[in-house]
Design a protein around this ligand. Structure first.
Ligand SMILES: O=C(CO)[C@H](O)[C@H](O)COP(=O)(O)O
Length: 218
């Protein structure tokens, strides 16, 4: 399984410094939406340059203007870019087309995607679908909305697109989440806000490795 580390609410330099400390424990590195909003494409270019051996995910959360935004992300060095599942079908179609033209990948963020719309998203077999509990849901609810989240995950199934999971995930959650066989587990604050990010990243890696066979591998 892949561990994707999300960098959010920090500077580009802070992201690179932290990434260098934990690089051996993570597979994919995400340029978080907050970095892209604050620093633009420079954030993607800088992480690409700093981590040439890692899969770089641009969490662009595109909702419209897909060709322009996905071309920007891929030209800046992203291997994967994200589009919202609630976006118009034509927008997701264009993301898939641009990715195919460039030999890159698409992650569809299912945050707040209406259930009837989910059905049309399952047909994107080449995409990675991301079941996501938002930061606001995590903060306002005051606790993990795991039940709602797991219900959503069960709807995805395992025979179509690959599955990513995100939203306040910690090392302690990995065992429970392994039953849906995620392809990527996205972890941000559990590492980036930890007192000892290296120890947390190592713990997450070791836990994930112990669950090998429960997760999909590349
Ligand atoms: O997409 C995101 C926020 O919109 C984050 O990258 C994702 O939720 C992972 O971060 P955390 O583990 O802190 O929730």
């Amino acid at each position: 399984m892949m561990i994707q580390l999300a960098f959010d609410r920090m500077t580009i330099d802070e992201a690179i410094q932290l990434g260098q400390r934990v690089r051996e424990y993570v597979d994919w590195m995400e340029v978080g939406t907050s970095l892209i909003k604050e620093f633009g494409m420079e954030s993607i270019k800088a992480l690409r340059e700093a981590f040439p051996d890692k899969t770089i995910v641009a969490d662009m959360k595109t909702f419209d203007n897909a060709r322009y935004e996905f071309d920007l992300c891929y030209a800046s060095g992203a291997d994967v870019a994200t589009v919202m599942g609630a976006a118009p079908t034509v927008t997701i179609d264009v993301c898939m087309e641009v990715a195919a033209q460039r030999g890159k990948r698409v992650m569809v963020d299912l945050l707040n995607t209406p259930v009837p719309h989910l059905e049309s998203i399952y047909r994107y077999k080449e995409a990675i679908l991301c079941a996501h509990v938002s930061k606001d849901q995590q903060e306002i609810a005051g606790e993990r909305q795991s039940l709602e989240w797991l219900t959503q995950i069960q709807r995805i199934g395992t025979d179509g697109p690959r599955l990513a999971l995100a939203g306040g995930i910690t090392a302690d959650d990995l065992f429970a989440l392994s039953r849906v066989k995620p392809y990527v587990v996205i972890i941000g604050s559990a590492i980036t806000n930890a007192e000892d990010p290296v120890a947390q990243a190592r713990k997450i890696r070791e836990t994930a490795d112990a669950l090998k066979g429960e997760m999909l591998c590349e």
